[in-house]
Design a protein around this ligand. Structure first.
Ligand code: CUA
Length: 325
């Protein structure tokens, strides 16, 4: 999470601007410290320097309070204004957004306290629902449409782009591009309630071929577990416990009927890196702990916990969820 370690051209522009502003701030700081040292100087002989009353005071006020800040701040203001104005058009050009439009449109909706993600393939029109993770093809700009379903959140992946607020009723656009494969952590950057701190998001940049294969997998329905396996038992628990009233699992009979946006789509939950929006690394044990003790792990989360469920059912349910890759 370091703005000054950019991993793509759009983040590079933000880092460049940060360095220019840091340099400008340093000039003012050094000049002020120089003035301070000057005023504290002790003249030879230990006598205070003679002071020329009001005229001297006014000169210092004008030089230190007006001329020096103006010399540094006005150029910085002009620089940031012109850079920012050129920003959106340059992003859109990079993303190939024009009459043809970009290939991928990714919408990210902030929710208390997770990220609902949809990929739309402009070529086929197919929409894929995901959660808490955004994957990108390396070296290709991807346009994000950011909004919120409840309160104001803020989308921030410091190594890939600047920070953009997610406001209910509005769609803000942002372009992400990563130059190297890797995992880039993001974080909600606007206080949005008690679990604001556990609202992390991961952006994973993949080589283009791997990205296409991943997206194809995500678009496919869940593979039904083998009859008689622990996963099949877990699937039965999933529907008995009415997990599917809130969580969609595409391909599961009755599993795609959850209201959109109610809770994360679980069709390929086992393939994600984390659960609970960055709360725990993905594993069967953590899935089990999450279902049983949601309110201990993330107090206030909308999901009710199932601490009363028997261990065998919990284990089977966790095995089923982990198998949904
Ligand atoms: Cu969402 Cu802070």
């Amino acid at each position: 999470m370091n703005t000054l370690a950019p991993a793509g051209p759009l983040a590079q522009a933000v880092a460049d601007m940060a360095w220019v502003l840091i340099a400008g701030a340093s000039v003012i700081f050094l000049a002020m410290m120089g003035l301070l040292a000057f005023t504290l100087r002790r003249p030879p002989g230990g006598q205070a320097a003679p002071v020329d009353g009001a005229r001297s005071d006014r000169r210092w006020l004008v030089l230190g309070g007006l001329v020096l800040p103006a010399l540094v701040l006005l150029p910085l203001l002009a620089y940031t204004a012109s850079t920012s104005l050129a920003w959106m058009p340059a992003q859109w050009q990079a993303a190939g957004a024009g009459p043809g439009g970009p290939r991928w449109v990714v919408s990210v909706t902030g929710r208390m306290w997770w990220w609902e993600v949809h990929y739309r393939d402009a070529a086929s029109g197919r929409v894929v629902a995901l959660a808490n993770e955004v994957r990108l093809p390396v070296g290709q700009p991807v346009v994000l449409g950011l909004n919120s379903a409840d309160v104001i959140h803020s989308f921030w992946v410091p190594q890939l782009a600047g920070k953009v607020d997610m406001v209910p009723g509005r769609v803000h656009q942002l372009v992400l591009q990563a130059d190297e494969p890797g995992i880039y952590r993001g974080q909600c950057a606007e206080f949005c309630g008690e679990q604001h701190a556990r609202m992390a998001l991961h952006v994973i940049a993949l080589p283009p071929g791997q990205f296409e294969a991943w997206l194809q997998t995500q678009a496919s329905d869940a593979v039904p577990p083998r009859a008689g396996s622990p996963e099949a038992r877990g699937q039965a628990v999933f529907t008995q416990q009415r997990c599917n009233a809130c969580h969609a699992v595409r391909g599961l009979p009755g599993g795609g009927a959850a209201p959109p946006g109610m809770a994360p789509d679980l069709t390929h939950v086992g393939g994600r890196l984390h659960l609970g929006a960055g709360t725990l690394p993905m594993s069967t044990d953590h899935l089990q702990a999450w279902v049983a003790h949601t309110q201990r792990l993330k107090p206030g989360a909308r999901m009710p916990q199932h601490a009363q469920m028997d261990q065998a059912s919990l284990r089977a349910l966790a095995a089923y969820l982990a198998s949904l890759e």
